[in-house]
Design a protein around this ligand. Sequence first.
Ligand code: GLN
Length: 446
Amino acid sequence: ESLGAINRAESKVRAFLRVDEEGARQSAKTLDEQLAQGGDRGLLFGLPAGIKDNIVTEGLTTTCASRFLENYNPIYDATVVKKLKQAQSVTIGKLNMDEFAMGGSNENSAYHVTTNPWNPEYVPGGSSGGSAAAVAAGEVYFSLGSDTGGSIRQPASYCGVVGLKPTYGLVSRFGLVAFASSLDQIGPLTKNVEDAAYVLQAIAGHDPHDSTSANVSIPDYIGALSGDVRGLRIAVPKEYIGQGVDPKVKEAVLAALKTLEGLGAEWEEVSMPHTEYAVATYYLLASSEASSNLARFDGVRYGVRAADPDNLLDLYVRSRSEGFGPEVKRRIMLGTYALSSGYYDAYYLKAQKVRTLIKQDFDNIFKQYDVIVGPTAPTTAFKIGEQLDNPLTMYLNDILTIPANLAGVPAISVPCGLTDGLPVGLQIIGKALDETTVLRVAHAFE
Ligand code: GLN
């Protein structure tokens, strides 16, 4: 069914970088055989899944949508991929993204641009744009994405699907190609909140292979979907619905709050005063970490190697110059600058301090409120090409998703209506490790 849907939709949507038809048919067959022999059904038995192409899959090329890794064939599965196999889902293929997860539109993919299934002239968002589009177009039942500054939630919002960024450390990053290690999290993109709870149940949990993995017991996410939000206290930061937010998006969010009120929740406007520094803080820290993480791509250990190098330095320089696209180079240069001696104190160290202030904004709000609610993104999807010549406008789109990454807290985007034929996403942010509340509120709302 999934392969049929891909045949019908893919020429327009182009969500996949690789469809592994043979592998998918083989694992489906194996599952059938195991069942026929009396085996139990796993939690995600037989469900077709797509995997963002920065999550390594044994024997299945993993490119991060970069030319640098066009020939990289991993020799192991990421922990999340292993866990999906244990839960008996079927991997259908690898999904398009912005190169190394840097971007918010999929236009930074070195291969092709995925389109928004609601309107092919529009971007699907990013960087997990392929993951969102594949679910929205019905090509897979669910997908995995990664979220460093909004890359699960923003494309989910643009494509009208559910996207969950778990608490930092809840889901193993082992086998996720690192972008900014202190911010990266893997999470599900699904058609509805119940599916998100199922996928999270399958992928969450401690992993000794990831030194930042949280060693906590995993609650019953599926059982938490009670539909009951009576007495819930919601904070709505005025900075999340103020200047720069499209009035139609704001209207959809206010209507959603009314629905939640009708279900017995209460909401109040609050202030998170450091929100305005989130974008600058994130782009300094994420680029610094990226410049360090991407140093491993040197033409020796992974991926492509420049032909006929004169010497070792020439090999490094030309492999990197030829292998990376313009946005990746921009981030490496920004990060290297922010980390260099003489600038470190003024940029990197300062950004670390502001990160703490932003986290304290969350700590203060969560003393009195259960969740924070607002839009996922200031606007709906924009047209392909519209923001390409100005990276700064593209960066500013991330203002509402970045704070949750800087604070390490869980956040979900759930569809809350259409404006001018394009989906709007409602963002629900919770306390660290309180995915049950985030999922319960999103489920009650949808
Ligand atoms: N748009 C943001 C960036 O370009 C977020 C990316 C992400 O979450 N991976 O860095």
